[in-house]
Write a protein that binds this ligand. Structure first.
Ligand code: DP6
Length: 330
């Protein structure tokens, strides 16, 4: 079968990174990449991935280029296989992605990367998919990517269906509905962390806290939804820090321990708490890496940026507004 594809066979898409306020860690079904817990995130305007997908008749396998270097295409092919099946083609694709931020250093490049891939691959194959289907497609690449289909605030549902059909994200608010700022303090530029997929698998099998993590997720999600609906920043921030530290307690109790923090990560956490003591509402959150993301109100962004820039070991502070959902560029 080598059917010509509708829609021109090439498409380019941009998707923005996101940072979870209530985190995903653990899988319900590894093959379908369904999460064990739901999650809530904000999409970041300043960090994004651009991805071009071209289906070609002359390829014997998928090719993946990341920031100009040939990279492992295994996960990319997992998403493309689903697109090929739906579009009834067996053509392979060249996928070329560029991030406007350091790849693989805990800045959620897989979130923006697989969301951009889902939109570009669907477009290049001539498929018209609803956001929910794009979210499911992106999830097969990376769980957090399901949320980057949407701008503003998004919630990922863990779902219960055996086929993963109810494990998708939905938008809670548009970016303009509640403008917040996020400072991203970069404390390490290299790709040193243990990858999330491996780390969460180890937590599930070795940490005595894993059951408690799963059992307490629904309460955190309900409280976060309420904080967002009420535009209650203090509640949102306090809960984000609590959920982040609970995740890191789970990571620290994994065997072997997942220690994602460095000295600057910890110093930045104390600076954020110090800002709060001085009356500046700012709250940190940290993923599977050493970078510290700080939530604040737009009016306080200069003060937060200035304080983080002074932390020894912080190389750079990037400020971001909340960003849009994944979209086609051409
Ligand atoms: C700590 O989405 O990278 O950032 O689905 O295995 O690719 P896979 O995992 P991934 O995990 C993200 C973990 C996190 C929390 C979050 O973004 O919710």
């Amino acid at each position: 079968m080598d059917q010509p594809l509708g829609g021109g066979a090439t498409a380019v898409a941009r998707a923005h990174s996101n940072i979870a306020l209530v985190k995903y860690w653990g899988k319900r079904d590894a093959a379908l990449n369904t999460p064990a817990v739901g999650s809530i995130s904000v999409t970041l305007a300043a960090l994004y991935t651009d991805t071009r997908v071209t289906f070609r008749p002359d390829l014997s396998g998928d090719e993946f280029w990341l920031d100009g270097s040939r990279s492992d295409a295994t996960r990319v092919s997992r998403v493309l296989d689903l697109v090929r099946r739906r579009a009834a083609t067996d053509r392979y694709a060249v996928v070329s992605s560029t991030n406007n931020f350091p790849t693989g250093a805990g800045l959620a490049s897989s979130a923006s990367g697989f969301a951009a891939l889902a939109v570009a691959a669907a477009g290049a194959s001539g498929l018209t998919l609803a956001d929910r289907e794009l979210s499911i497609l992106a999830r097969h690449g990376s769980g957090s990517a399901a949320r980057s289909i949407f701008g503003g605030f998004a919630e990922m549902h863990a779902g219960v269906a055996a086929d993963g059909s109810d494990a998708y994200a939905e938008q809670l608010l548009e970016p303009a509905d509640w403008p917040l700022s996020v400072a991203v303090a970069i404390t390490e530029r290299g790709e040193k962390s243990i990858n999330s997929t491996i780390g969460m698998g180890e937590s599930a099998t070795t940490s005595p806290f894993y059951q408690a993590w799963q059992d307490s997720a629904a309460d955190d999600l309900a409280e976060m939804r309420a904080a967002i609906a009420a535009r209650d920043f203090a509640r949102l921030g306090e809960l984000s820090e609590y959920n982040c530290l609970k995740l890191h307690a789970l990571m620290l109790s994994t065997r072997p321990a997942l220690i994602y923090w460095n000295a600057a990560t910890v110093a930045a956490m104390h600076v954020v708490r110090g800002l709060r003591a001085d009356g500046v509402p700012a709250y940190f959150t940290i993923d599977a890496g050493p970078q510290v993301k700080v939530l604040c109100l737009p009016a306080d962004s200069a003060a937060v940026r200035g304080a983080l820039a002074l932390v020894p070991g912080v190389h750079e502070v990037r400020m971001s507004a909340l960003g849009p959902g994944a979209h086609r560029l051409e």
